[in-house]
Design a protein. Structure first.
Length: 357
């Protein structure tokens, strides 16, 4: 943008030495040379039940998803007080419960952490009212396994031996995050406040112990101690031993909530909480620069200020501003002032207004 907008994002003080995540817009892949993460506290150290070496975090096939979420480079978009809590969650190996109004960047936060720390693609677990703990851990296609069994040669239509069970088991986002990775994976539990009342408390044991069991594999007993199963990465399968998945590094868990419900004290005790405020002028300028380049339409700065004035009396999200800047750069403001004002009003509709029939 221009010098005036650059002044909005003047260099912040040097980050504290204990920060790991610095909100500096860096992008790293797991294959890059990466600094070691701080050692977790003794009560948050986990040891897998296997002598096999920890798994390498898979290198993302491309950065398209991160680019779509964050833009070309996104730095200085978080308040230092928020970055403090993020780093505390990383150091303590505790889930991060992120609240805030829609459009404040709660989901994008998981992608920022993964990109800067080289933790691979984000494992996304979207939550709806029907979501159960099992959905996040693994899926077993028992019917498909039976249907794929070969038909017997007799006249009774009996089926032969069942195919390998591992072909019909796939770990979900939470289950994949709890595999014994060398570096923690980033798990985004998106909009947990939309879940059934039981799901947050069902997560308590998982968050405390860093492990779970696949009952279908446990039943195999000594006859089959290892099984090769799929993961939420959709890449090479991994080996699960004795039906138990236990992490080597507790994942970086980012849980988002729009504040539509309260969580129990037992659940909140296991999390660190942070609230993302609506982005101010400097953060909005950084977002626009990330998505539209360092020199977007010079009218964008005035648009930011108009947006902030409108937001003072209404509920508006940052992506509504980004939509408007996109229309601005596409020439929508070049026609006449009346049509541009009308379009801007449509794009900046008040999200708190009930428009249902």
């Amino acid at each position: 943008m221009n010098r005036e907008s650059t002044d909005l994002r003047q260099a912040r003080p040097r980050p504290p030495s204990w920060w790991v995540f610095r909100d500096n817009g860096a992008r790293h892949a797991p294959s890059d040379p990466l600094p070691p993460l701080p050692t977790p506290p003794p009560w948050r150290r986990f040891r897998p039940d296997t002598d096999s070496p920890p798994l390498d975090v898979p290198v993302p096939a491309d950065s398209a998803d991160t680019e779509r979420k964050l833009g070309a480079r996104r730095a200085g978009t978080l308040d230092p007080a928020v970055v403090d809590v993020i780093n505390a969650a990383i150091q303590l190996r505790r889930p991060l419960l992120v609240t805030g109004q829609p459009g404040t960047g709660k989901s994008s936060l998981a992608h920022q952490i993964a990109a800067e720390l080289g933790l691979g693609r984000v494992l996304w677990w979207p939550v709806v009212s029907r979501t159960t703990l099992r959905d996040g851990l693994y899926d077993y296609d028992a019917i498909g396994r039976v249907q794929d069994a070969p038909l017997g040669s007799g006249s009774g239509g009996e089926r032969g031996p069942l195919p390998d069970i591992g072909r019909y088991l796939t770990l979900g986002p939470l289950g994949t995050a709890l595999l014994p990775w060398k570096r923690p994976r980033v798990l985004l539990v998106d909009e947990l406040d939309k879940s059934d009342v039981d799901l947050p408390n069902d997560l308590l044991h998982i968050f405390e112990e860093g492990e779970f069991r696949v009952r279908e594999l446990e039943r195999l007993g000594q006859s089959r101690r290892e099984a090769s199963v799929g993961t939420a990465d959709h890449g090479a399968p991994v080996v699960v031993r004795d039906g138990r998945v236990r992490c080597a590094e507790f994942p970086v868990v980012v849980i988002t909530s729009n504040g539509e419900r309260a969580f129990s004290p037992a659940f909140r005790r296991r999390c660190l909480e942070v609230e993302l405020a609506a982005p101010d002028e400097a953060r909005l300028a950084a977002m626009i620069e990330a998505h539209f380049g360092p020199q977007p339409d010079p009218r964008a700065l005035e648009l930011i200020r108009s947006f902030l004035e409108e937001r003072g009396d209404a509920s508006l999200a940052a992506d509504q501003l980004l939509n408007t800047v996109h229309m601005l750069t596409n020439g929508a403001a070049d026609a006449d002032e009346t049509s541009w004002t009308r379009l801007r009003a449509a794009l900046w509709r008040n999200l708190a207004t009930d428009s249902s029939p």
